[in-house]
Design a protein around this ligand. Structure first.
Ligand code: ADP
Ligand code: MG
Length: 497
């Protein structure tokens, strides 16, 4: 990347007179614009613009005309032929089922009277008095359990809670029983262990449609070691297995992976299935145009996600702390913003990869800078090319929000991971809020919107639009690993559909 060309490119775009854009616009027919691999845009390979959509060096790119609405629009998008073609063909929402057998495939004949080991993620936060402060995970587990009890199964329910070291009183699952009972409309029984004769006896005595909650499965260190003997003991009380614990599906533990060797069939619960449908299915086979928005603090923690999404998406928006590493890689001054000096080459490589793949990579054109990392810091909005010394970028600016929003208007599938700024401070939450609201609006228009990542989900919830999204992932680490294209052991172990 040329360190010299970048600043001028940004100044150009801010002034709205970048000659190569105008040249393309002048010759553009509204429907199908082809840029030659030898067109003048190629000469700007070293500036920001080349990563903002004028992807040069690929033959036969089609420019998406809707993005050329504003005179000074930096957001010029080039779609690969492949993307453009599939956009025309696929009209439905991009949700496809991953090829795992689902609990819904099991009918009353398969379930009545059967003891079903259900691994759920009931790892809810508790206060000092052991009151549940957020029951989201319990509620999320209910559809699978209800389906099983409605079909006459005997449910043996298992979960972890917290990070216990051996038997730890404050991590017993007992406080969950009243809420579970309330939500299921039955009296849930509780065992004081997860294996052993007492558990076996209680499980054997369960009526059809009954639920027995086992003790915290992580009270045994063998659980996380995926000890085969331990898995066998866990499995010995049941006939078949349902995994609904998406949040731990990226871990090969005895209750998530080991037990599948002893219980048949082993199937996905409804929650796990929904996570796979969206985070795997919709991302693997999206309705185009498909946009990925990646933010958060560090590029180093998102390399896998970006690399993987670059294989699939048409547009990639970057925000959060990682953008400063990209700016610096292009020779811009970034003040005291968060920069990963050892990732400058990586940033350059990712920009090159976007170019090669025909993905429009959009970086914010303005940022909100602060004089310190604090909620009450002084702040101002500056162009990305003019971050003053001693100031740090903590949010994307209003112009970037505008550009991102209008580019998002054309999309049919959006995956978002990583906040646009330090949303924990209200003053620097505007970019994240605006994007959250934009996605909520797009959802209402039939766009598939998927939110993954712990902080991203928290941000969307803070804005109050979580229920508007097509899918909010319940698993932080697991959703990231799935987005990175990794195989989750808890999923791989389940029966094929
Ligand atoms: P997720 O949990 O959704 O995967 P991350 O953990 O990667 O997201 O990133 C979230 C964190 O990134 C937040 O705590 C937020 O404050 C931080 N962050 C966002 N923008 C910036 C920035 N410009 N500078 C420093 N930190 C940032
Ligand atoms: Mg996080």
């Amino acid at each position: 990347m040329g360190a010299v060309a970048a600043p001028s490119a940004i100044q150009y775009s801010a002034a709205g007179k970048l000659s190569s854009i105008n040249r393309i616009k002048a010759s553009a027919s509204p429907s199908n614009i082809r840029t030659s691999a030898r067109s003048s845009t190629l000469s700007v390979s070293a500036d920001l613009l080349s990563f903002s959509g004028l992807v040069a060096g690929n033959k036969g790119k089609r420019v998406f005309p809707n993005l050329f609405h504003a005179e000074k629009d930096l957001v010029a998008s080039v779609f690969s032929d492949q993307a453009s073609n599939s956009y025309g063909k696929r009209a439905s929402r991009g949700v496809v089922c991953m090829a795992k057998r689902s609990v819904g495939d099991l009918k009353e004949a398969d379930l009545r009277g059967k003891k079903v080991f259900v691994r759920a993620d009931l790892n809810v936060p508790l206060d000092d008095k052991l009151n549940i402060t957020d029951d989201t995970r319990i509620r999320a587990a209910v559809p699978t359990i209800k389906y099983l009890i409605d079909n006459g199964a005997k449910v043996i329910l298992s979960s972890h809670l917290g990070r216990p070291k051996g038997v730890t009183e404050k991590y017993r699952l007992t406080p969950l029983v009243p809420r579970l009972s309330e939500l299921l409309g039955i009296k849930v029984q509780k065992a004081d262990d997860s294996i052993g004769e007492a558990v076996k006896a209680k499980a054997a005595a369960l009526p059809e449609g009954g639920v027995l909650l086992l003790e915290n499965v992580r009270f045994y260190k063998e659980e996380e070691k995926n000890d085969p003997e331990h898995a066998k003991k866990l499995a010995s009380v049941a006939d078949l297995y349902v995994n609904d614990a998406f949040g731990t599906a990226h871990r090969a533990h005895a209750s998530t992976e080991g037990v599948t060797k002893y219980l048949h069939p082993s199937v996905a619960g409804f929650l796990l299935q929904k996570e796979l449908d969206y985070l795997d299915g919709a991302v693997r086979n999206p309705t185009h145009p498909f946009a990925a928005i990646v933010g958060g603090s560090k590029v180093s923690s998102k390399i896998g996600v970006i690399e993987s999404l670059l294989e699939k998406c048409d547009l990639l928006f970057l925000g959060g702390g990682m953008i400063f590493t990209f700016y610096k890689a292009q020779g811009l001054s970034v003040g005291s913003s968060l920069v990963e000096e050892d990732k400058l080459e990586l940033a350059t490589r990712l920009m090159e990869k976007a170019k090669t793949k025909g993905v429009s990579l959009l970086l914010p054109t303005d940022v909100v800078v602060a004089d310190k990392f604090a909620a009450d810091a002084n702040s101002k909005i500056v162009p990305a090319s003019a971050i003053p010394d001693g100031w740090m970028g903590l949010d994307i600016g209003p112009e970037s929000v505008e550009k991102f929003s209008s580019a998002l208007d054309t999309t049919k599938t959006v995956i978002w991971n990583g906040p646009m700024g330090v949303f924990e401070f209200d003053k620097f939450a505007k970019g994240t809020e605006a994007i959250a609201k934009k996605l909520a609006e797009l959802s209402g228009k039939g766009c598939t919107t998927i939110i993954g990542g712990g902080d991203s989900v928290a941000a969307v919830e803070k804005v109050g639009v979580a229920d508007k999204m097509s899918h909010i992932s319940t698993g932080g680490g697991a959703s990231l690993e799935l987005l990175e294209g990794k195989v989750l052991p808890g999923v791989a172990a389940l029966d094929e559909a």
